[in-house]
Design a protein around this ligand. Structure first.
Ligand SMILES: *Cc1c(COP(=O)(O)O)cnc(C)c1O
Length: 434
């Protein structure tokens, strides 16, 4: 399958090229030329399948023509070493827990898949020069990507994160690893980190000096595999007869996760509609209401993985719908919440249902609780384990919460990072010296 650029001014490329390059030369995002549709019998049969089988069915439909089916199956199985269970929270609302992976956030799925696919293509091509992954993070991407790529031969990862804006646990997850992982602490906000990465990709000098790629959700190998767990969630609900009139609510920042859901929908997964839940960074919500998209600097919130003022996958959503605003707003609605409302919601779910939500999942729950119509079943993506936001949650609930051993292990390492200004020239000269 070929991948075209959302800016349409360069020719389509192979999957291999799209994964190695991340961003098209015209600054557009890669999109598959066609979206495979699964027939209704396959969809109805999902409930009989394991997560590995379901994910493999979806992966083969997308990537099956670009590599040996057996190699792809192995990549899928290595990626998914954990479950994504659907858990009932209230009467008609379920939580899709995506935090059972190594860094306890949904990004583990995309990061692990991409690391394996990129490593496969590097070996295929016999690339001698190291491939450098640049990744901007507001917290969870850095940890998932760093851990997904840790020790993978031929790849070096540079994690750029905003100083003082990620939680201590998140910071430990990518600053303590060493080996092929370098953490760069940028004196700025997340958007500055993202701007540095984008500038580096477009810099001819730098690209002559080193092979660069991105592991943000602009990379097709990062965002597309996220469609696996939408199918898996459907299968779980179908097993208990709850898969009709399904409304899926996705706490969104760069909109990679919800875009994967939209792909699942296009592939034939019976999802009635989507809700994009945001914190105060609500440019997508405004677009839905006004048809005008105005990216702006992000503001800091307690759901910091969604502190994005210029969501990179917006271009993919527009492309999927041919920029048809009525079509987009017919399928997707939006909601956004202040820190106070997020805190209230965490407290409410804990008290009423004894379910602990992280700040991102809480936005998702609240949007469903507010917007679900009679007869609909709601499912929100619980994108991270609440313990990743320990200080925030404990402050809200006024009690200690348990930190899983997996997470505690990260806190034991020694922090190694390099401090840097948000000025592109200093970032560039640092990279040129590597
Ligand atoms: C990354 C992240 C999000 C936002 O996901 P996008 O794909 O960028 O929209 C939401 N919640 C958590 C916990 C995250 O880490």
């Amino acid at each position: 399958m070929k991948y075209y650029s959302t800016n349409h001014s360069v020719p389509p490329v192979s999957l291999e090229e799209a994964v190695i390059k991340s961003l098209a030369a015209d600054n557009g995002l890669y999109m598959p030329e066609s979206i495979p549709v699964l027939d209704p019998a396959t969809i109805a049969g999902l409930k009989e399948q394991s997560f590995h089988e379901i994910a493999n069915t979806v992966a083969q439909a997308f990537f099956g023509k670009d590599m040996e089916p057996e190699t792809l199956r192995k990549i899928v199985e290595d990626t998914l070493s954990f479950e994504t269970p659907v858990v009932p929270v209230s009467d008609s609302i379920y939580s899709l827990e995506l935090f059972h992976g190594p860094t306890l956030a949904f990004k583990d799925v995309g990061a692990r898949f991409m690391a394996r696919l990129l490593s496969y293509f590097i070996r295929q091509r016999g690339i001698e020069q190291e491939v450098n992954v640049l990744v901007a993070t507001s917290g969870d991407t850095g940890s998932a990507v760093a851990n997904g790529f840790l020790g993978v031969p031929g790849i070096h990862v540079y994690v750029l994160y905003p100083k003082g804006k990620v939680s201590p646990i998140q910071e430990c997850q990518f600053t303590t690893l060493g080996q092929n992982i370098t953490a760069l602490e940028i004196d700025g906000v997340f958007d500055d980190c993202q701007a540095l990465v984008k500038a580096a990709f477009l810099d001819v000098d730098l690209n002559r000096h080193m092979q660069l790629t991105s592991a943000n959700s602009i990379n097709v190998a990062r965002f597309l595999p996220q469609s696996f767990y939408y199918f898996n969630a459907y299968a779980q609900l179908d097993r208990i007869g709850q898969a009709k009139e399904l409304v899926v609510c996705v706490p969104s920042g760069n909109f990679g996760n919800i875009t994967a859901g939209l792909f699942a929908h296009r592939m034939g997964l019976p999802i009635k509609r989507f809700i994009a839940a945001n914190n105060r960074n609500n440019v997508f919500y405004e677009y839905l209401k006004t048809e005008v998209y105005t990216p702006r600097p992000s503001v800091a919130t307690i759901a910091n993985a969604m502190d994005v003022g210029a969501p990179s996958n917006f271009a993919r959503i527009l492309d999927l719908f041919g920029s048809d605003h009525p079509a987009i707003s017919a399928l997707i609605s939006g909601s956004f919440y202040s820190d106070t409302e997020i805190a209230e919601t965490i407290k409410e779910i804990d008290e009423k249902y004894h379910y602990l939500c992280d700040p991102h999942g809480a936005c998702g729950y609240r949007a469903l609780a507010a917007g679900l119509k009679p007869g609909e079943t709601g499912i929100f993506l619980e994108t991270a384990h609440p313990a990743k936001f320990k200080e925030t949650i404990e402050g809200i609930l006024g009690r200690k919460i348990e930190v899983p051993a997996k997470l505690q292990a990260f806190m034991k390492g020694t922090k190694q990072n390099i401090e840097m200004s948000k000025d592109y020239r200093s970032f560039k000269s640092y990279l040129l010296a590597q």
